[in-house]
Design a protein around this ligand. Structure first.
Ligand SMILES: N[C@@H](CCC(=O)N[C@@H](CS)C(=O)NCC(=O)O)C(=O)O
Length: 195
């Protein structure tokens, strides 16, 4: 992003000035969770969310959980700018948010009851989680600390439509099978721009 998200044309689409925004016909849809749900319902043949019952509720639970992880991540990210002139405040806020994220990933892993977040098949919650865990790779040892989550993310990364989506954007898919190299612990994971 090069600031386009703050111009008036973009703000007409999303007054919050954040990406992503999906334009579908004359509707502009904002909020990652709502966009994923819209896509899943528009293309039911892709089976990205169960249509009813307890399995749909479970899928929605994990979708909302991914939203909360995204929000924690953005707080971590924004602290970088907010406290750029106060190293100790920045370290305190970022350390706190990093601990929260690590704890969320560990609890997610322990709470998983199937190979994917919402059970036996990959769905929109897994797609959302792939995005947020991808930002955190290089900072958290997913394969060692959260083997179930890492294995789900690895399987989602291998889906042809996911590979195509990342390739179309020129984004690198995270490799969740890799252990975190010690020397990399403090290196910067790829993170979204913006504050
Ligand atoms: N709740 C929004 C959050 C979106 C968000 O924070 N997007 C970030 C990129 S991941 C952004 O646009 N940052 C630019 C900014 O805040 O200026 C969603 O789920 O879509």
């Amino acid at each position: 992003m090069n600031g386009e998200h703050r111009n008036s044309a973009f703000l007409q689409l999303n007054p919050f000035g954040t990406v992503p925004v999906l334009e579908d016909g004359d509707q502009a849809i904002t909020e990652t969770g709502a966009i994923l749900l819209h896509i899943a319902e528009r293309y039911p043949q892709a089976s990205l969310i169960p249509t009813e019952g307890a399995s749909r509720t479970l899928a929605l639970r994990w979708l909302f959980h991914a939203v909360s992880i995204h929000a924690d991540f953005m707080t971590w990210r924004r602290a970088m700018f907010k406290f750029r002139e106060d190293a100790s405040a920045k370290a305190a806020v970022q350390g706190w948010m990093a601990d929260r994220l690590a704890s969320s990933f560990r609890t997610t892993d322990q709470a998983m009851t199937g190979p994917f977040l919402a059970g036996e098949a990959p769905g929109i919650a897994d797609l959302y989680m792939l995005m947020v865990t991808g930002w955190w790779r290089g900072r958290f040892a997913f394969a060692a600390e959260t083997p179930r989550l890492a294995s789900a993310m690895k399987a989602v990364s291998a889906l042809p439509f996911v590979q195509k989506a990342y390739a179309d954007q020129g984004s690198e898919l995270p490799d969740f099978s890799l252990a975190l190299p010690k020397s990399n612990e403090q290196q910067h994971a790829p993170v979204p721009t913006g504050r």
